[in-house]
Design a binder for this molecule. Sequence first.
Ligand code: HPA
Length: 272
Amino acid sequence: MNLIERAKETAVWLQQKLGEGIETAIILGSGLGDLADDIRDAVRIPYKDIPYFPVSTAIGHKGNLVCGMLGNKKVLAMQGRFHYYEGYMMQEVTFPIRVFSFYGIKHLIVSNAAGGMNPDYHVGDLMIIKDHINLMPNPLIGQNMEELGPRFPDMTRAYDPEMIKMAEEVARELEIKIHKGVYVGSTGPTFETPAEYKYFSAIGGDVCGMSTVPEVITARHAGIRIFGMSVVSNEAYTFGEDYKNDGEDVLIEGKKAAVKMTAIVKGLINRL
Ligand code: HPA
């Protein structure tokens, strides 16, 4: 069975299980899975029970699809995602997006924990992703399936300007400080060397991470509108004697910032 057939079958399976008419999906990044606890009347489906879904292995990623009410809308939330560094092929990393597309999702909200390279950014800060730089293999490499989207997708406004504006309004109303910047996506799993952080910053990045970009590219290909947010989990610009990176810290800072992120996501969803 090819990718389209598999994704369609999974979408139909989900429609039978959860009903139709859900238009918003959310991907929760490292340490940010707690947002799903705010989903009311939740139906939780482990990835291992979903046809053709990969199973997530990354630490801090739970591996459930959670469906229910968030704010005033019914949503589908991925508690845990698939990373390229785990050894999945890009088609597997982005398979859920293909499923969402066939399911009828119109808006995708993506989140991640990221290293802050902009010296104005501090641990626990939030950043609206206004653009990205892709340093991973492009998930659309290979024969293009016209049914899924165009051969050469436009990436000029990959992050939906209207959704950005709405989220900024929400942040202002809630008096939550929020940055807006560029996410650099690289494969990992190593954290960057100081020279690499400086390089990512020099080419225009404000934060960097090991996820999000493949899903965003695939969602753009499918014509889904995207909003992205990063939580700054480490300050990658001083490199003093005691500077070091640690995967556990990423999760801890994600958890702390999840409350602010949840408030903004809810506010945004209410306005969609
Ligand atoms: N680099 C890459 N990915 C990350 C980082 C980082 O510094 N922090 C959290 N995810």
